[in-house]
Design a protein around this ligand. Structure first.
Ligand code: GTP
Ligand code: MG
Length: 136
């Protein structure tokens, strides 16, 4: 069984979409939310989390957006949950995301795409350490 880091980004919190998005995750049979917290991310955390994008043109606005309000950080556990939450989220660019996916239904612009989910087992381990260091 796998664990993944999910962040509901500041746009999801501002637009009162927390319940809607968490509902989609909970309705997936066999997945469990095992940690959950509303928190405002500091620069250091964001730099660690999005370090792979440092230097890209969208990096600075991305970090500013992610610090613009609280996010919901959570750990979701279950069978193939890493791939599964990415599937529920849809492609990065909401314009390319199909209706029925979170980004396809609610996304507006590429930066404000509502949700982050770890993209591989390696990323999940790295990101969970940043956000939930106390996890066994
Ligand atoms: P995350 O789950 O947030 O990591 O999204 P992702 O894995 O679907 O995309 P990626 O890791 O490639 O990029 C991280 C975030 O940077 C995206 O979710 C977008 O918010 C933003 N981003 C990525 N590519 C672009 C881009 O070309 N332009 C802009 N403006 N933002 C981008
Ligand atoms: Mg990513």
């Amino acid at each position: 069984t796998q664990r993944t880091l999910v962040l509901l980004k500041p746009d999801a919190v501002r637009r009162h979409l927390i319940g809607e998005i968490i509902g989609r995750i909970e309705r997936k049979a066999g997945w469990t939310i095992s940690a959950l917290e509303l928190r405002t991310l500091d620069q250091d955390t964001l730099e660690q989390h999005y370090g792979e994008h440092k230097g890209k043109p969208f990096y600075e606005p991305l970090v500013a957006f992610m610090a613009s309000g609280p996010v919901v950080a959570m750990v979701v556990e279950g069978e193939r949950v890493i791939e599964g939450v990415r599937q529920l989220a849809g492609p990065t660019d909401p314009i390319a995301a199909a209706p029925g996916s979170i980004r396809g239904d609610y996304g507006t612009i590429v930066r404000e795409n509502l949700i982050h989910a770890s993209d591989s087992e390696e990323s999940a381990i790295r990101e969970l350490k940043i956000f939930f260091p106390g996890l066994s």
